[in-house]
Design a protein around this ligand. Sequence first.
Ligand SMILES: [Zn+2]
Length: 196
Amino acid sequence: MQGELNFYYGPMGCGKTRELLKILHSKKEDGFYVGLLKPKVDKKGEDHIVSRDNNRYKVDFLVDKEDNIYMEVCKYLIDNNLDFLLVDEAQFLSTKQVDELSDIVDILNITVICYGLKADFKGELFEGSKRLIEISDNLIEIERQCSCGRKKIYNMRLENNIPVFDGNQIMIDGVEATYEAKCRNCYKKLKKKYNK
Ligand SMILES: [Zn+2]
């Protein structure tokens, strides 16, 4: 079997983590060795992936911006087996780290399946997502419908329940924000209404 680099992307709340856990369970049931990875910038759950119904899965790799993922996996392979590596919140990886994931596929023949958002609250690509779109073997979109029936595109940011359209791509610590996915049309209407 040839390893592959796959990227599942979709809007906020589309069930990416549920997809990841589904693959985790089914591959384990089939007798494969599965590893979990997530970037440290995603603070929620710390070193665990947490499902909607609050089950917690400890990650094997919690990576910082500067960490070399290929080297981390090589070290891990001294004492462990690995057939699949599942990556949560992959949008937060650097370009270099996505290239390292591709080396894990091409040199070590391990299939890497990434899950993440395509674009931020302004509709601009995240660094990790951009690289994954450029070099993945397969791109799989998880589509969700906006309340108006169109496809959700934007991950609108809310502060104190008010939509905001300016700010940093990643929120600084201490500032609370929530996100709500919207279609392009609804996003534009809300932007007109709130962004004065
Ligand atoms: Zn809409």
